[in-house]
Design a binder for this molecule. Structure first.
Ligand code: BG6
Ligand code: MG
Length: 219
C-alpha cells in the first residue's frame, strides 16, 4: 500500500489563523469581553460552531439560537473580508517546495480542513487544482479531534491510515491524526504541539530528506 499526505489549511498552508483570531476577537470585544492568544490556541482546528461555544463560555455569556447564528455569520463576514485580499503570496514559506516534490514524485496528497471556506481560499491562492482530494468543513459532521476529516481524506486517496502523514498547526488536529493512527507532524510551537510525532516551527525547517524518510517509514 502507498503513502499519502494530508495537509490542514489554516495555519499550515496559509496563515489565516491570524485572520480567524482577529475576527473572533472582534466578536468578543463587540459582546463586551476579550480573550488571550493563549486561549486562541484552543480555537485552532475547531469548527465555527464549537469555537463560538468556547468563546461564549470564556465571556460567561449565553445567546439565543437566533443571536448565536447571527454572531457566527457576522464573524464569517468579517473573516472573509480578510480572505478577499489574499493571493498566492500568502502561501507560507517552504510549502511550495514540499508540494512540488510530492507532485513530481506522484505522491497523492489531500486537504483535511475544518473550514467551510477552504475551497474559496485554495482558489484564491491558486492551489485548488493541485490537491488530489479536498475534505473540508462542508464534508464532515464531527469536528477535530475526531479523526473523521482525515479518515475521509485517506479513503479518497485510497491510502491506509497508517500510511498517511498529516501536517497540522492545532492541538485538536494533531490529536485527530493520532487517533486516526496516522503520522502527525506539528507545525508551530513544540511546547503546544508536544503530542505530535514530529514538530517543526514552519515548513522552511522541513528538508526533502525528511519527506523521503517519511516515505520509507511506518508509524
Ligand atoms: C479551522 C481553523 O481550520 O477552521 C479554525 O483552524 C476555524 O480557526 C475552523 O474556526 C472553521 O473555519 P470556517 O472558515 O468554516 O469558519
Ligand atoms: Mg489549522
Amino acid at each position: 500500500n502507498h503513502k499519502a499526505f494530508i495537509f490542514d489549511l489554516d495555519g499550515v498552508i496559509v496563515d489565516t489563523a491570524k485572520f480567524h483570531f482577529l475576527a473572533w476577537r472582534k466578536l468578543a470585544n463587540d459582546l463586551g469581553f476579550d480573550f488571550t492568544e493563549e486561549q486562541n490556541e484552543q480555537l485552532k482546528g475547531v469548527s465555527r460552531v464549537e469555537s463560538l461555544k468556547k468563546i461564549l463560555k470564556w465571556g460567561n455569556m449565553e445567546l439565543s439560537e437566533e443571536e448565536f447564528n447571527r454572531q457566527m455569520a457576522l464573524k464569517n463576514e468579517n473573516y472573509l473580508s480578510y480572505v478577499e485580499e489574499m493571493d498566492d503570496a500568502e502561501i507560507l514559506p517552504g510549502v511550495p517546495k514540499v508540494l512540488n516534490y510530492l507532485i513530481e514524485n506522484k505522491i497523492p496528497f489531500a486537504l483535511g480542513s475544518a473550514s467551510k471556506n477552504a475551497r474559496t481560499i485554495l482558489k484564491k491562492i491558486d492551489l485548488y487544482e493541485k490537491f488530489d482530494a479536498i475534505v473540508d468543513g462542508t464534508d464532515v459532521s464531527k469536528a477535530k479531534p475526531d479523526p473523521e476529516v482525515f479518515l475521509i481524506a485517506a479513503e479518497k486517496l485510497n491510502a491506509e491510515p497508517h500510511n498517511c502523514v498529516v501536517f497540522e498547526d492545532s492541538v485538536a488536529g494533531v490529536q485527530a491524526a493520532n487517533i486516526g493512527k496516522m503520522t502527525s507532524i506539528g507545525i508551530g510551537d513544540e511546547k503546544v504541539l508536544n503530542e505530535a510525532d514530529y514538530v517543526f516551527t514552519d515548513f522552511t525547517e522541513i528538508e526533502i530528506e525528511f519527506i523521503e524518510k517519511l516515505l520509507r517509514n511506518q508509524k
